[in-house]
Each structure stands twice: as structure tokens, then as C-alpha cells.
Design a protein around this ligand. Structure first.
Ligand code: DHB
Ligand code: MG
Length: 221
């Protein structure tokens, strides 16, 4: 099996079950045009987030790592009327691209983009009394994943879902001695989730158009 085949199958599956509509396609085109890194989730992964949010009946969603807003469009579309997505982005230029993409998708009435270090904006959310969030999607700098998982649990309630992207990273997660802070962040976050009695967790490796990676899903119990 090759990357070429994984991509072809992903394109086939996404084309069938999760095709990009005009707003999603424009979000990707605008993000690429603005020079954002091409590390957004795939359409069928976006559909998975949408389905998990709907399955949970999520009315309050938190995303850590907005990038160009592609995943935020999928998440915001899962909200019922009156529902709210707060998405955190460190890079103000990425946040501007995301704001335009979410506006174009007609979703800024239910989305708030907070710009800043997520460590700080997460503390703000707590101080302001936000939460509990029904679903948290963690997809930002991997080094801080353990902190993001801890904050996500604090901002959740029984029944909340926490999803962490990029937990396999081409198998690098296996390297316990890695000097890469991202690898250590992923490992520490997985260990934290595994040992946290308030979480029921699984972790799944995936292949697709984004290569060999995986995600963790946890239910707050
Ligand atoms: C990277 C980050 C991501 O969130 C992702 O899904 C893929 C790659 C990165 O920083 O390289
Ligand atoms: Mg990711």
C-alpha cells in the first residue's frame, strides 16, 4: 500500500460521503492562497467530527487550533440553533483567514474565534465561566497536548467527548526517547488520558490523504 493509494481511496470515500461544498472548498482555497500550512483535517475526518457532535447532541463545542477554519465549519454545522463553537487560534493571520471563511459559510453568528496562546485563552474561558463544553477538539501545537487535555477535562462534564488529532504521526509516537517535543507531548497526553479515571478512551491509527496518523477519542465518565 502506498500514499498514492491511501489518497485515492480517501478521495473516493470523501467524494461519496463527505464532499466539500462551495464554502468548504473556498475555505481550503483561501487558506492555501493565504499561505497557511496544508495540515487541515480531511473531508471525511470533518464529517466524523460533525457526526460525533451530532451523536453527542453537542450545544457547546470548543476547538483548540483553528488554522483556517475548515474543521470549525464542520463543527459549527453540527450545532443546533442556539449552539455555540469557541475556537482558539494562536496566529492572528490564521484567525483572520478563518473569520473570513466562517463568514463566507454563514456561521459567524454561532462561532467565536479567540486569538492568543491557548494556554492563556483556556484560562480566560474558565475565569469567564464558560463551559461545560459537550465536545472538545484538540488540534493545535502537539507539545502542549497534555495541558490541553487537562484543561479540556476541567471545561467538560460527564458525557462530554474529547478528540485529539495526530496521535500517531507516522509512528513516531512509539519513540519513547524522542527529543521531539511534539512526540513527547503526544505521548504524555495519551498517558494522561489513559490514567485519568474520569475518561474512557480509545486511540485509533489511520491512513489516508494526510498519511499515517491517528486520533484519540475520550468520553468523560
Ligand atoms: C501537523 C499538525 C496537524 O494538526 C496535523 O493534522 C498534521 C500535521 C504539523 O504540525 O505538522
Ligand atoms: Mg491535526
Amino acid at each position: 500500500m502506498s500514499q498514492e493509494q491511501w489518497t485515492a481511496v480517501d478521495d473516493y470515500l470523501s467524494g461519496l460521503v463527505a464532499p466539500n461544498d462551495a464554502a468548504l472548498a473556498a475555505a481550503l482555497a483561501n487558506s492555501a492562497g493565504a499561505g497557511l500550512p496544508s495540515i487541515h483535517i480531511t473531508p471525511n475526518q470533518g464529517k466524523l467530527l460533525f457526526l460525533l457532535a451530532r451523536l453527542r447532541g453537542a450545544r457547546a463545542i470548543l476547538e483548540i487550533g483553528t488554522l483556517g477554519g475548515y474543521s470549525a465549519i464542520w463543527l459549527a454545522r453540527a450545532l443546533p440553533s442556539g449552539g455555540r463553537l469557541i475556537t482558539l487560534e494562536h496566529n492572528p493571520e490564521y484567525a483572520d483567514v478563518a473569520r473570513r471563511n466562517l463568514e463566507r459559510a454563514g456561521l459567524m453568528d454561532r462561532v467565536e474565534i479567540r486569538v492568543g496562546e491557548a494556554i492563556d485563552t483556556l484560562a480566560q474561558l474558565s475565569e469567564e465561566g464558560h463551559g461545560p463544553f459537550d465536545l472538545v477538539f484538540i488540534d493545535a501545537d502537539k507539545r502542549s497536548n497534555p495541558t490541553y487535555v487537562s484543561r479540556a477535562i476541567e471545561l467538560a462534564r460527564e458525557g462530554s467527548v474529547i478528540i485529539v488529532d495526530n496521535v500517531v504521526r507516522n509512528g513516531s509516537v512509539l519513540d519513547a526517547e524522542s527529543e521531539d517535543e511534539s512526540v513527547q507531548g503526544v505521548r504524555r497526553a495519551l498517558e494522561l488520558m489513559a490514567s485519568e479515571p474520569r475518561l474512557a478512551v480509545t486511540a485509533i491509527q489511520t491512513v489516508g490523504s494526510k498519511g499515517y496518523d491517528g486520533f484519540a477519542i475520550a468520553l468523560v465518565v
